[in-house]
Ligand binder design. Structure first.
Ligand code: MGD
Ligand code: MGD
Ligand code: MO
Length: 755
């Protein structure tokens, strides 16, 4: 398909509105599924229907309205597409040819229809029977010298039932090598919040939005990445609730938004102002901003204003004095310098916070993807604890999760460092001794591939090689693996950058009917607010040869661990049996799973901080310290710019829907670098100039991306931004948060070199 030329024109309208409505229709038309897709959208996120395959935002708790957004519709359109990558497509294109194509081209070929095996002799994928595919996997796995030579990757679209069994499969096989997409995403939440409040999850539910008195949104772009959150923000704003957005980029939807489902607002071309305050922070400046807010509160409290919740602090927390000492060690000029916001602004925010009796703080990748992301998450929690903002209506922490079931996958056992308690329960429930030694997270998996110790890589969804740092190295590493298996709906980079032997196993998608010998089955997912709901597909599967992810996991298990006491064959057919086992392994939260899941809106998993119960070693919530004001290692190079790799409005992670990014005014290209006007001038450049970017690496390895066009954009000085995954070659494998393993994708030190 002919590609457009890159154009840039600032977007002058509110986000949402007619632009969103038009984009929804266009996505359905482009995939040629206008009627089928529109019908399916009526079932999306409705009781009895299926869960949106896009983001993890929960459904509204009490409305009958349609529950989808533009980007959910795009995700569905691309899943329900009429295009197919049949066997003749693979016969026409060698893998080398396919590897030279763009991600967009690969995606565009449509749904995979039958299992395929890589044939090295012809460099083509050729059809393979399901039986032979599983036999090949079994043969590779059974002949490993050490089970830790296998890696079991999960992407967060995987439903609970498949993820739970996959976790059992790995442990029965003998490894905890469970790299997960969350290792690149909200692992700082999963690792950072347990020592703080006793659970690695958000504490709010949808009702909280009706009671909150102040909302902070740090490092998150809801208009693009969780558009249904916009309804909550619009409602809150209409009630007069202050919303403070903290972001280096003035994301359109954070400023003005028109509800596409608000008929009157649409007809009048009206909109709602979203942020009452937009704070354009330096990349990585959030630590200084949070400490500044805390400093303002400590100062006022010392002056007798009583802005801290002393009763809550006394009854529920530990560590206040150490936190105060740490925060007060930084004077205002230091704080202002580090975050780039004026003292008066920070004090104003602290004042809004001090006047609110119920505050919610939401955050996304702008917080987690830094070298000290885990500890930064803990500072958000500190700020909430200072005013008792846990365990009361309208208050709490809101990590905005990415993939629709990424939180659920972790809950049911996808974890490279599982707890002993979980492993004991697995042993008792299934009658085998699970592997106990911690395994690899995503970055460690690439490192192990490079070290030559990975012989089998299985990807349950996702696009591992394209999502991880250091693209060139990751590709080389992946190519050294003995067997790579991609369990997928669509063709992606991970299938054309593969091991010596390779399989593509296509699956029935979320929106499609899942039938087994025991009849129609449903799966469950856990959203970002810990609601567990059933998902029942309504569309006919893209091909009669597809099977469900659960069956794939069970059949791999049967081939790899033939003498296992686990009843794989039964689970493959009857998902109620899997849910009974989930209830047995997680009785505190999943008791009576099969009964409770029958409720139309599902049920909520217990989040103890909502009751002010803290499952920490001392039974209290803890103030935790991160000394200093930097969340990334300083770089002594005056030419250094900090690069944030971000998502456009027209992509879902590594899946690129188009080359446009409507709200940022980009059309026809993704190789752009957003830059502040003064930085453009200081580098002797002009808008539209073609440049190359180079990482300021500490390991001596050159990392460079060429062919980027400079776009003048409102950003703080020293901050630049561009698109993931195109810029992943600039993200070094070593550049991650050691506490969570999460790559610091929002703060890569780079410099501009001649284009
Ligand atoms: N349509 C769509 N929906 C999605 C996805 C998608 O790709 N497309 N991906 C899903 C997934 S897996 C995830 S994790 C989420 C991601 O959703 P988000 O968390 O919104 O992800 P990003 O677009 O990567 O970055 C978020 C914001 O961080 C800001 N930022 C960068 N650096 C900093 C910083 O230092 N401080 C602050 N305060 N802000 C900073 C950027 O300007 C950007 O607005 O969305 C999920 N939903
Ligand atoms: N530089 C940089 N790197 C990043 C990020 C960043 O912001 N910057 N973000 C990180 C984040 S937050 C995340 S979550 C990761 C994402 O990493 P992944 O989760 O690995 O990547 P996705 O692009 O979401 O995976 C897309 C593929 O999933 C498959 N798929 C889709 N639906 C289904 C299904 O129903 N079942 C199965 N089995 N497969 C399906 C399709 O084949 C599709 O090609 O990337 C991370 N990498
Ligand atoms: Mo994510």
């Amino acid at each position: 398909m002919a590609r457009q030329k890159l154009r840039f024109k600032p977007y002058a309208h509110p986000a949402g509105g007619w632009g969103a409505a038009a984009a929804t229709a266009k996505a359905l038309m482009q995939e040629s599924v206008l009627t089928k897709g529109s019908r399916a959208l009526l079932s999306m996120n409705q009781p009895g229907g299926f869960k949106c395959p896009s983001c993890a935002w929960p459904d509204a708790h009490c409305t009958k309205k349609l529950e989808f957004c533009e980007n959910g519709a795009k995700a569905l359109a691309h899943e329900a597409t009429k295009f197919r990558a049949h066997r003749d497509f693979f016969a026409r294109h060698s893998v080398t040819e396919m590897a030279a194509q763009s991600d967009y081209w690969l995606e565009k070929q449509g749904r995979l229809t039958e299992p395929m095996r890589y044939d090295a002799a012809t460099d083509h994928y050729v059809p393979v029977s399901w039986d032979d595919a599983f036999a090949l996997i079994g043969q590779h796995l059974r002949t490993l010298e050490d089970p830790n030579q296998a890696e079991f990757y999960t992407s967060g679209r995987t439903p609970n039932e498949a993820a739970f069994l996959y976790a059992i499969l790995g442990r029965a096989f003998g490894t905890n090598n469970f790299p997960d997409c969350s290792n690149m995403c909200h692992a700082p939440t999963s690792r950072g919040l347990p020592p703080s409040i006793g659970i690695g999850k958000g504490t709010c539910v949808m009702e909280d939005w009706d009671h909150t008195q102040a909302i902070f949104i740090l490092g998150q772009n809801p208009g693009t990445n969780s558009p249904r959150m916009m309804s909550n923000l619009v409602e809150a704003r209409k009630r007069g609730v202050p919303i403070i957005a903290v972001n280096p980029m003035p994301e359109r939807a954070l400023i003005e938004f028109t509800e596409p489902q608000d008929v009157i607002q649409m007809a009048r071309f009206g909109h709602t102002d979203i942020a009452s305050d937009f704070l354009q922070i330096r990349i990585g400046g959030d630590l200084a901003f949070l400490k500044g807010m805390m400093r303002a509160l400590f100062e006022r409290d010392a002056a007798g204003e009583g802005v801290l919740d002393h009763d809550f602090i006394r009854d529920h927390t530990s560590g206040l004095d150490a936190l105060r000492a740490d925060v007060m060690a930084h004077d205002w000029p230091e704080l202002v310098e580090a975050c780039g916001l004026p003292e008066a602004k920070i004090r104003e925010c602290a004042d809004i916070y001090a006047k609110s009796d119920a505050t919610m703080i939401a955050y996304g990748m702008g917080i987690t993807q830094h070298q000290r992301g885990t500890e930064l998450v803990q500072q958000i929690s500190n700020l909430l604890l200072l005013r008792g903002n846990y365990g009361k209506p309208g208050a709490g922490i809101v990590p905005v999760r990415g993939h629709s079931n990424v939180q659920g996958d972790r809950t049911v056992g996808i974890n490279e460092a599982p707890t002993e308690a979980y492993l004991d329960r697995v042993r008792d429930a299934f009658g085998f001794e699970p592997a106990r030694a911690p395994g690899h997270h995503a970055v460690e998996t690439v490192a192990a591939m490079e070290a030559g110790t990975v012989r089998v890589f299985i990807g349950l969804g996702g696009n591992f090689v394209r999502a991880v740092p250091d693209t060139d190295r990751a590709y080389r590493a992946m190519r050294s693996v003995g067997l790579t298996v991609g369990i997928a709906t669509k063709l992606n980079r991970g299938h054309v950058v593969h091991g010596h032997e390779a399989l593509i196993l296509p699956v029935i998608a979320r929106s499609e009917v899942l039938a087994t010998a025991k009849g129609e089955q449903f799966v469950t997912i856990e959203d970002a607010m810990a609601n567990v709901t059933a998902s029942r597909g309504v569309l006919e599967p893209a091909s009669p040869d597809l099977i469900g992810e659960v069956e794939i996991v069970c059949r791999i298990a049967q081939a790899a661990v033939p003498d296992s006491p686990v009843k794989w064959a039964e689970y493959a057919q009857d998902y109620d049996l899997i849910r009974d086992k989930i209830a047995e392994v997680f009785p505190e939260i999943y008791t009576d799973f099969n009964t409770r899941i029958q409720q139309p809106m599902g049920f909520h998993l217990e989040v103890p901080p909502r009751q002010r119960i803290w499952n920490t070693p001392d039974g209290r919530a803890n103030f935790l310290i991160l000394p200093g004001l930097e969340v990334n290692d300083p770089v002594a190079d005056p030419t250094m710019l900090r690069l944030a790799t971000i998502r456009s409005h027209d992509q879902f992670n590594t899946t690129v829907y188009s080359d446009n990014d409507r709200y940022r005014g980009i059309r026809g290209g993704r190789m752009v670098l957003f830059m502040n006007a003064e930085d453009i001038a200081a580098n002797g450049l002009s808008e539209g100039a073609e440049i190359a970017l180079e990482t300021i690496s500490t390991d001596g390895e050159p990392r460079r991306v060429e062919g980027l066009s400079v776009v003048r954009y409102s950003l703080p000085r020293g901050a630049v931004a561009g698109y993931y995954p195109e810029l992943n070659p600039l993200l070094p494998l070593y550049y991650f948060d050691p506490l969570s393993g999460t790559p610091a994708a929002k703060s890569i030190p780079v410099r501009i070199v001649a284009g």
